[in-house]
Ligand binder design. Structure first.
Ligand code: DQA
Length: 143
């Protein structure tokens, strides 16, 4: 089972970026933790990781995805991107939206997600564990 994990803008700066909100774990560490966690679910899970600060690159990656499932933290594009929402709908790949922070408990403008309605579920607020919970949900849905 192939799962594509997409991270949006500024998530390449995790570790040093607003650690009181996003934690001190780097994106590489989060990805490595997810690989280890996937092995506890099944040896059949193959993870591919993609990070971009550019909206169009994320859209193109979704369009060309070779995956059974998608985990996406759209970061700032969560609150603005019709294009990413449309791309997820276009490819018909089941997707889970992930956030490190609880976007419902932050600024008003973060409470709106353009992406949620394209996804089968959302996990937010558990820092790097949000990705593990998303993988668990996606795996159980797809297996
Ligand atoms: C985020 C929340 C977004 O509002 C923010 O722009 C991010 C990260 C999160 O993971 O909590 O960059 O997606």
């Amino acid at each position: 089972m192939k799962i594509l994990v997409i991270n949006g803008p500024n998530l390449n700066m995790l570790g040093t970026r607003e650690p009181e909100i996003y934690g001190k774990t780097t994106l590489d560490e989060i990805n490595n933790q997810l690989v280890e966690y996937s092995k506890t679910l099944s040896s059949d899970i193959e993870l591919e990781f993609f990070q971009s600060n550019i909206e169009g690159e994320i859209v193109s990656k979704i369009q060309t995805a070779n995956a059974h499932g998608l985990i996406i933290n759209p970061a700032g594009y969560t609150h603005t991107s019709v294009a990413i929402a449309d791309a997820i709908k276009a490819v018909l790949i089941p997707a889970v939206e992930v956030h490190l922070s609880n976007i419902q408990a932050r600024e008003e403008y973060r409470k709106i997600s353009y992406i949620s309605s394209s996804c089968i579920g959302t996990v937010a607020g558990f820092k790097e564990d949000s990705y593990k919970m998303a993988l668990l949900g996606l795996y159980n849905k797809l297996k």
